[in-house]
Design a protein around this ligand. Structure first.
Ligand SMILES: NC(=O)c1ccc[n+]([C@@H]2O[C@H](COP(=O)([O-])OP(=O)(O)OC[C@H]3O[C@@H](n4cnc5c(N)ncnc54)[C@H](OP(=O)(O)O)[C@@H]3O)[C@@H](O)[C@H]2O)c1
Length: 303
């Protein structure tokens, strides 16, 4: 039985995923949030295939452990840049360090992300999930864009989520002052905003040799949500985790999107791991996307 288009993501999750053996020797791959889960697996896989990885992480100790592990396992170069993506000043500093030290950037994986059950605001006055998952990745991408164009061919991968299907984006109330905060919708809002800007970036980058795609990294067992209260953490660990897969599938998919020769020209596509998929209708609203772009510029201090 063929599922309706909006439920196709359920069938796609069961499909055999594509892999690549394409190597990344000499390529500089910047990955955010590489100390855990999806980002850690992506860093591992890219390093395994020869990439020089640059890990942007908020916890220096955890990042140092990943660096040691990958350098020993694969003999590749691993650099660390410390930045808390809940602080836009940190994102700017990280971008400055990258622009100063790396004459080329071949791959950018915007992965760092969170899920909160309660509303909180960042030092910049932005709802934290929206700030970390969307505004920070938008700002970093914008600040590195020229360098990536100079480095073309280059690829940008936005680690997004099926959570975009929860919706929740309301440009008149991004800080949830008029609505009761709901974790899944707060998360959904950040992912819808990110997806809408992917289509804008893809248009902007047409003909530049830089591609940008978004992906859902699978339903995988990671530390996401583990910053929330005990009850939520227990529920996640004892119930939800039973249905989750090993995040090495996410690392393999990110490697495929970053390196597979078949995808050299593909841009502006949403992938369920490695399967192209149609996002929810509300994440395809290009008029809304243009407004999100403007709001994101303002929030990121780029306007
Ligand atoms: N797990 C899933 O099933 C799933 C499904 C769909 C989408 N995703 C997406 O996958 C991405 C990675 O999540 P995950 O599941 O791998 O979760 P995770 O295990 O919690 O890893 C998240 C990573 O982001 C980092 N991070 C969080 N807040 C940060 C901040 N303020 N500044 C800098 N780094 C920060 C974390 O650093 P620390 O190690 O210091 O905490 C960690 O390295 C997210 O974008 C998430 O939305 C995950």
């Amino acid at each position: 039985m063929k599922l309706p288009e909006e439920l196709q993501f359920i069938a796609n999750a069961r499909k055999v995923q594509l892999t690549t053996t394409a190597r990344l020797d000499g390529r500089v791959c910047v990955i955010t949030g590489a100390t855990s889960g999806v980002g850690y697996q992506a860093a591992r896989r890219l390093a395994q295939f020869g990439a020089h990885t640059v890990l942007i992480c908020r916890n220096r100790l955890k990042a140092a452990a990943v660096k040691d592990e990958l350098e020993q396992a694969f003999g590749t170069r691993v650099d660390i840049i410390q930045a808390d993506f809940a602080r836009l000043a940190d994102v700017r500093t990280a971008a400055e360090v990258i622009l100063k030290n790396y004459p080329r950037i071949d791959v950018l994986v915007n992965n760092a992300g969170i899920h909160n059950t309660h509303r909180s605001l960042t030092v910049d006055g932005i709802e934290e999930v929206f700030a970390v998952n969307h505004v920070a990745s938008f700002l970093l991408t914008r600040l590195l864009l020229e360098r990536m164009i100079e480095s073309a061919p280059a690829r940008i991968i936005q680690v997004n989520s099926q959570g975009h299907r929860f919706g929740g984006l309301n440009l008149a109330d991004l800080n949830w002052e008029k609505r009761r905060y709901k974790g899944l919708q707060g998360y959904g809002a950040s992912k819808v905003a990110q997806l809408l800007t992917v289509w804008e970036f893809a248009d902007l980058l047409k003909g530049s040799g830089v591609t940008i795609n978004a992906m859902h990294p699978g339903e995988v067992k990671t530390n996401i949500g583990m910053n929330n209260d005990l009850l939520y953490r227990l529920y996640n660990r004892l119930i939800v985790a039973r249905f989750l897969k090993d995040p090495h599938i996410s690392g393999s998919a990110i490697h495929y999107l970053a390196a597979a020769p078949d995808l050299a020209q593909v841009s502006g596509t949403f992938y369920n791991l490695t399967i192209p998929e149609k996002p929810a209708a509300h994440a395809l609203d290009r008029e809304l996307g243009k407004k999100v772009w403007q709001v994101s510029e303002r929030l990121a201090g780029l306007a």
